[in-house]
Design a protein around this ligand. Sequence first.
Ligand code: PSU
Ligand code: MN
Length: 282
Amino acid sequence: MSRPLVALESTVIAHGLPYPQNYHTALRLEAIIREEGAEPRTCGFASGEPVAGLDPEQLVHFSRSQDIVKASLRDLAIVAARRLDAATTVATTMWVAHHHGIEVFVTGGLGGVHRGDDFDESADLLALATIPVLVVCAGAKAILDLPRTRERLETLGVPVIGYGTDVVPAFYTRSTDLPVDARCDSPAEVAAIWRAHRKLGLRTGMLVTVPVPEEEALDETVANEAIAAALAAANEQGVRGKNLTPFLLSHIAASTGEASLRANLALLENNARIGARIAVAL
Ligand code: PSU
Ligand code: MN
């Protein structure tokens, strides 16, 4: 019997983490998924073609090159027509995964509604509303407006599952006061809800949120201060649009040093393990 497939994104590699940690992380996540009995498929666009399963050479290229485009949904046609190399976000990794018949996708943090600007809303939410893929993440990134992001997911009909938690985690930290729609404590429970979702013919994605491992979670005060400083810097320098998320993440990485990087790596590895187990349970 062939092993179940698990998709991974490439924006976190090309634009979300520094070199060389990004490359090592890409390989580590793939290894964890194999350990759990599934097959990893890191997604991206190579010379304008959608790829589910970048090879090690391509992963080096995506980790080191400064010329990798960050591609969300609105960029795909341009990337394809111009034959560009492009890293896929949550939104476009869902698209590539679905295109290749992959149902489970593991990532770190979801995009959502940015703070102070209700119109800057990630296409990750549109993708969740329209592409039937199960996305395992550590919540929406804490740099966002989490209550508004939670409301949008509800409006769009996206089930939000808490894996071992009753509240939505906040990426660097383990909790918020925002409730999940259902708590699951095993891969089998998640698999049962996803199968029901598909059987009902629902066309939306589903979110499985997993808190960052306790030992590596960022102190809440440290996280909030780093986020406030990053938002102030972005405002001052007029950073907007697709550059905003990478700018905020690298500002936080620089101001908290190792701590936020450690949290980021720990939650990615944990999500890979749980995502693979869910794929196996399916
Ligand atoms: N979370 C991270 N690192 C990242 C991202 C999220 O910790 O690099 C990326 C994901 O690929 C996500 C994207 O889909 O940021 C959202 O960007 P935007 O807000 O521009 O849609
Ligand atoms: Mn945006």
